[in-house]
Design a protein around this ligand. Structure first.
Ligand SMILES: *Cc1c(COP(=O)(O)O)cnc(C)c1O
Length: 419
């Protein structure tokens, strides 16, 4: 049972929405930092254990810096994410650049700040060579197990997935890089997204450990680190259970002993790229009800939209909703946003207490892939982000977009391109 709680007492939240215009995101520092530390404690047995926080989950420096302070790294997949991580004080081995369809300048910049470059394809060896003077000392490859593993709805089946080097290519990739003088090798995969089944992660570790042996035997390359990627899920629904990471850690430790230490492949650094698990449950989208309407169904229209939180419309994802300060009998509503787009619904046929205009709805589990996935369709402006600090203060960590911001990239007269 994943009981959904609010980050502040209801009367404090009521006060907050008097002072802060909705919609906005609110992140609970105390809660996410405790969770982040607990994750490290669980893997304290593993040499140099690191989680590269997936920057795309929540690219806000106030949150990133707090995680970096306790030893987290950054998982980046674009030039701005690399620059953002660098500006937050990271460089070198603390940054993993897991790109795909990578432009040359990303390779260049990643190399310049000594980030770990995680190549997505065998042809990217050549692309990297074009971008840098010398192949970096450390190189990682993203592995795609193909039909050996099954995927899930969000990430897709590995055979259909665009990511990673195949079974046929993987050993050859390391052989080539050894010849080119690479000294430290990483092996990466990401085969799950929002997965709640603990054994799935354990099996991923088993798969990577076995591959370390194969690469060692067939290419004479000792893998220095494995990266199990992101993808640990969170219980979005109250009747779901969080993944038992103590179990995952114990199982991986056993595999590490039998498949790595006993095979003479130690030390092997273990890393993850969790974003959602670290932050997801500790972010909230706070929104007010503009209209309650009765058509063929009953609708609650909010002052936010799928431009602020895309997951429900994109994946049919469930997000728990609390109606602030309201208790009592349940009614069935569709909770909608304000876009001219019928998919713009936060919830369909949801049982909620009776709602009136002006009520505040709190949408849970929006700390990861929430604000970050937002967009400007229908010229909707992006909402602000606030942090509830560990000592109980409220800090604005990103202001809301303004109409001026929205117009910033427009040229009303059109600037002629000199060809
Ligand atoms: C999206 C992504 C992650 C983070 O996924 P979560 O579900 O937030 O854990 C990590 N690594 C890569 C390569 C990704 O694409």
């Amino acid at each position: 049972m994943a009981t959904k709680t609010l980050p502040l007492a209801e009367e404090k939240l009521s006060q907050l929405i008097k002072d802060i215009p909705t919609p906005f995101y609110l992140y609970d520092e105390k809660a996410f930092m405790e969770n982040a530390k607990k994750f490290y404690d669980l893997f304290s047995w593993a040499p140099n254990f690191i989680n590269y926080f997936a920057v795309k989950a929540c690219p806000n420096p106030s949150i990133m810096k707090r995680l970096f302070d306790i030893g987290y790294g950054a998982d980046c997949s674009s030039l701005p994410e690399l620059i953002l991580s660098k500006k937050c004080g990271l460089s070198g081995d603390k940054i993993m650049m897991t790109s795909n369809d990578t432009p040359q300048e990303e390779f260049e910049y990643a190399n310049e700040i000594n980030a770990i470059i995680n190549l997505d394809d065998i042809t990217h060896i050549e692309a990297l060579e074009k971008a840098v003077d010398q192949i970096p000392e450390t190189i990682c490859f993203r592995y795609n197990p193909g039909k050996d593993r099954t995927g899930n709805a969000i990430i897709g089946n590995p055979v259909e997935a665009k990511y990673g080097v195949t079974n046929e290519q993987v050993v050859e990739c390391y052989r080539i890089m050894k010849e080119k003088g690479v000294k430290r090798f990483g092996l990466h995969t990401m085969v799950a997204s929002n997965e709640l089944e603990a054994d799935y992660i354990v099996e991923t570790a088993r798969m990577l450990f076995a591959l370390c042996k194969k690469i060692h035997d067939e290419a004479g390359v000792k893998i220095d680190f494995v990266d199990l990627g992101g993808g640990v899920g969170i219980p979005y629904k109250e009747d779901q259970e969080p993944m038992d990471l103590q179990y995952v850690s114990n199982q991986i430790k056993e595999l590490y002993n039998s498949m790595i230490i006993e095979e003479g492949l130690a030390p092997l650094q273990i890393s993850f790229e969790l974003g959602r698990y670290i932050l997801g449950p500790y972010g909230y989208l706070v929104s007010k009800v503009r209209h309650v309407t009765k058509k063929y169904k009953d609708y609650v229209g909010l002052d936010s939209s799928m431009a602020d939180l895309m997951r429900p419309a994109l994946y049919g994802a469930y997000h728990h909703i609390t109606v602030l300060n309201k208790h009592g009998e349940k009614h069935v509503y569709d909770v909608t946003g304000s876009l001219c787009e019928n998919n713009d619904k936060f919830a369909i046929d949801r049982e909620l207490v009776e709602i009136e205009e002006g009520d505040t709805l709190i949408i849970h589990d929006t700390g990861a892939h929430g604000h970050a996935m937002g967009f400007n369709y229908n010229a909707k402006l992006r909402p602000a982000e606030y942090l509830l600090t560990a000592d109980g203060k409220i800090k604005m960590i990103r202001r809301a977009q303004t109409i001026e911001d929205y117009f910033e990239t427009l040229d009303f007269d059109g600037a002629e391109v000199q060809l």
